[in-house]
Design a protein. Structure first.
Length: 289
């Protein structure tokens, strides 16, 4: 019997309705963070390390997959086990107004993406669990604090936030921290938790050496006046890891949406997992983007 495509899979059709209802309940609740789905939830021990991939997932791409796999398979610091991955969707964002696809569509694609990630790593990462969560908070430090205070994970769990170099520069930009416009709000986060940052190999963000220099400036105290701490770099709380290599195809959500609008399945196969691509085309997503 043939396997149904994601867009016709009755379980995913049901999941779409379930996510829509869950989002409505979440929006009217007092909670700022909630887990809507756990994959491999039977039953997993509480994590000591929680990798967090926070994105608009509009849609999830192979770049997201690379970031997650790099963390799970090549973390430069030996992370305590058990480990868990949280895919986190912000239903509010400091910079981006909501656009297609609808949040429930993104959550279904996150679930499809998570299933692919488990399949690709299960031989190397024993007992990996993936949680799909939502937050109402737009700012990074507030999200981390709400996860820690939610009691959904042990208070001793170390968060390892996965982000690209471009996101790091926004995170460490003082303009996002009024009224004092210093990095003081990040101190509680980086006293306990870590950032794994992937290099951006394109002209917009400079060379790999220039990206290393950005962190070196923090380590030698050049950003002390902004409220940065040298120890963030010297003690490995912010670490750079391999991203897209020179010459590899640039992957972005914008390129995925352009390919979807054209119905270009070949382009989608180079940008997203097969399951996500099938869902995008089956649901006719991004045609009006």
């Amino acid at each position: 019997m043939p396997t149904p495509s994601p867009s016709t899979d009755p379980m995913l059709r049901t999941a779409l309705q379930t996510y829509r209802s869950a989002l409505h309940t979440f929006a009217s609740s007092q909670s700022n963070f909630q887990i809507l789905k756990s994959l491999r939830s039977s039953p997993l021990p509480p994590p000591k390390t929680l990798y967090i991939l926070d994105s608009s997932f509009n849609p999830p791409t192979l770049a997201h997959l690379r970031i997650a796999k790099t963390a799970l398979l090549s973390d430069p610091i030996a992370a305590p086990t058990p480990r868990r991955l949280l895919l986190l969707l912000a239903t509010q964002n400091a910079d981006k107004a909501p656009k297609p696809a609808a949040f429930e569509q993104r959550l279904v694609m996150m679930e499809i993406f998570a299933s692919s990630l488990i399949s690709e790593t299960e031989q190397k990462v024993e007992g990996l669990g993936i949680d799909i969560g939502v937050t109402k908070l737009p700012y990074f430090a507030d999200k981390a604090k709400s996860i820690e205070q939610s009691e959904l994970y042990p208070v001793s769990t170390q968060q390892v936030h996965l982000l690209g170099y471009d996101t790091l520069t926004r995170l460490l930009s003082t303009k996002y921290y009024p009224p004092t416009h210093t990095l003081q709000p990040l101190h509680p986060l980086l006293e306990k938790h870590r950032l794994l940052v992937t290099y951006r190999a394109d002209d917009d963000w400079g060379t790999r050496g220039e990206q290393d220099e950005y962190l070196k400036d923090i380590e030698v105290g050049k950003r002390d006046g902004d409220g940065a701490e040298k120890e963030w770099v010297s003690e490995g709380r912010i670490r750079m890891v391999e991203g897209r290599k020179e010459g590899e195809e640039i992957i972005s959500s914008t390129r995925v949406r352009e390919a979807a609008k054209k119905g270009d399945r070949d382009a989608l196969e180079r940008l997203v997992t097969k399951g996500v691509g099938d869902w995008v085309l089956g649901e006719s997503l991004y045609l009006d983007d």
